[in-house]
Each structure stands twice: as C-alpha cells, then as structure tokens.
Design a protein around this ligand. Structure first.
Ligand SMILES: Nc1ncnc2c1ncn2[C@@H]1O[C@H](COP(=O)(O)OP(=O)(O)OP(=O)(O)O)[C@@H](O)[C@H]1O
Length: 292
C-alpha cells in the first residue's frame, strides 16, 4: 500500500503561519483539500512537491523522508499547478514531450504514453493546436495530462476546475475519478462540488490548520440538526442574513426558501430541518468573510 505521511508540517512567512502543524496520512484514493483563499492549500501542495522547504516537520513517502528520497520521490510525483505560465506557443503534443523530457522519460516511453494521455483527456484531435488557442477547459485537461506523464503514484492537483463552466467541471471531476486507481490523489479546491462525490476523505483547512477531516458522508452527517430551510418573504431576507449563515436562496411566487446553518432552531420562522451536505459544512465551519 502506498503511504504519504505528513508529520507536523509547518511553514511560516515572517510572522504569517501559512501552514501550522499539519499532520495526515494519505493512502490510495482521492482526497479533497478544502479551504477558502489563503487557507494554506497551495503552501501544503508546494511543500509536498518539494517546491518549498518547510520551516519544520517532515513528509515521508512509504516510510522515507522525501528530502532524502530527492529525485526518486519526484519521479513518482505528478503535479498540476494552478494555470499560469502555460506554454502558449507550444502545441499540445510538443508540450507533453517537453514535460516528458523534463521528467527524464526516454523518447520511446514518451512515444507510447503521450498518445494514450492525449486520448485519456480527449485532446487527440487538438494535439497540433497551440496551447495559446486552447479554451480554459482544454488547458486544464492538458495540465492533467502532463501531471500523469510517467504514471505517478502520487498526484497533486491544485484547483483543477478553476475558471471552468459547470459542464467542464463535471468532465474534469469524472476524469480525476477515472485516473485515481492505485494512486494517492490530492485535490485542492474551494469548490465543494469538485470533490463531494469523488473524495474518499475531505480535509478542511483554515488559516493554515487542519480543522476537520473524514469521509464526505461522516463530515456532513456530523451536522445533523443544524441545517434548516426557512419559508419566508424577500422583505425578511436582511433580517435572516443578520442572524444566520445563509446557503441557498430559492425564490418562488410570493415566498422564498432560505437554507441556513445554525446551532439554534430558527423558531421565529416557519422552518424544516433538512439533511446536511458538505456545502453546509463548508458554510458552518468557515466565517462568512472567508467565503466568496
Ligand atoms: N510567497 C509568500 N510570501 C508570503 N506569504 C505567502 C506566500 N505564499 C503564501 N503566503 C501566505 O500564506 C498563506 C497561505 O497561502 P496559500 O496560497 O497557501 O493559500 P491557499 O489556500 O492556497 O489560497 P488560494 O486558494 O488563494 O491559492 C496566506 O496568508 C498567504 O498570504
């Protein structure tokens, strides 16, 4: 069994604790790393991919510290960074050959893997197109393909659905699920639906600290009794917003339904208790100013 063990990992920037004593053990499967902007997701990913040095703590892969494993660890690692510095003048195929060379693959190995990866991410017809002419979704897919070169055991994906429309999001989500067999896959996101259905475990990061973790089912179930739907009118919305953390608002003729999370029952309104979701948990655990 593969094992990535993170032990008391800490990173400070001056007095800013970007990551604060993070510990977790990852095995095969998809993990969702969830937190608002600035929570420390990218910092954790950069530490795991050896792009940053920790202030303290250690990461072990199958029992060996990754800084001792050095290149051996980088060989089993696939990393999809946030979209930036993509090579606009490269064609899709050339980009993959370039990354394969950087990863130290022999040309023959690349010749076998690249057509397979292009077809996996459904870009074979676009292989001679320049990345500069790619749509957001196509760019994300080519970035996933490059992360998969060399068949990595550990795959780290930073905001894989950033800037995509709902259809593309679903496509990327299914793709992640498809490729996760026999791998440790970490997906950082602030979009709950990206990982709700595909993650075996979800980790909640807040201000550099791991504040909760578990299966989506366990995490959302723990919220039983604090999620409600209120039947009210638009005029009462400001008042409700003052007292409660609001999720969905559904407007109908003459009334609205407001989904709230609250430790106390909203006795002043007509309400139903409803089944919690991971989205509710996100709302519950993060402050309103953390949310976009
Ligand atoms: N190079 C840096 N120098 C100083 N502070 C930094 C640096 N990189 C990150 N930080 C700070 O560390 C904290 C964590 O940032 P990080 O980028 O890891 O969060 P994040 O969860 O990935 O957010 P985002 O979703 O915006 O990428 C933030 O307070 C950020 O301002």
């Amino acid at each position: 069994m593969l094992q990535l063990q993170v032990d008391q990992l800490t990173k400070t920037y001056g007095s800013n604790l970007a990551l604060n004593g993070f510990s977790y053990t990852f095995t095969e499967g998809v993990y969702g790393l969830l937190g608002p902007n600035g929570a420390g997701k990218s910092t954790l990913m950069n530490l795991l991919t050896d792009n940053l040095l920790p202030s303290s703590g250690v990461v072990r892969y199958n029992g060996q510290p990754i800084n001792k494993l050095g290149k051996k660890f980088l060989k089993v690692l696939g990393y999809m960074p946030q979209q930036q510095g993509i090579y606009d003048t490269f064609t899709a195929e050339r980009f993959l050959y370039y990354i394969a060379a950087l990863k130290g693959l022999k040309k023959k190995e690349a010749d076998v893997q690249i057509p397979h990866l292009l077809s996996l991410v459904n870009l074979q017809a676009e292989r001679y197109k320049k990345l500069g002419n790619f749509s957001g979704g196509m760019k994300q897919r080519i970035l996933i393909a490059q992360a998969l070169i060399g068949d990595p055991e550990v795959l780290i994906l930073d905001e894989p659905t950033a800037g995509l429309d709902p259809k593309e999001r679903i496509r990327i989500r299914n793709l992640i699920s498809e490729i996760s067999f026999n791998k440790i896959v970490l997906v950082a996101t602030h979009v709950v639906t990206d990982i709700e259905y595909i993650a075996k475990e979800v980790l909640l990061l807040k201000k550099g600290k791991l504040i909760d973790s578990g299966s989506p089912y366990r995490l959302s179930n723990a919220l039983q009794g604090v999620v409600f739907e209120l039947q009210t009118t638009s005029d009462q919305l400001p008042e409700v917003a003052q007292h409660y953390k609001i999720g969905n608002i559904a407007k109908d003729v003459g009334h609205i339904t407001i989904r709230i999370v609250s430790d106390e029952k909203p006795e002043l309104y007509t309400y139903n208790e409803v089944k919690p979701t991971l989205e509710d948990l996100y709302l519950y655990r993060f402050d309103t100013e953390d949310l976009e």
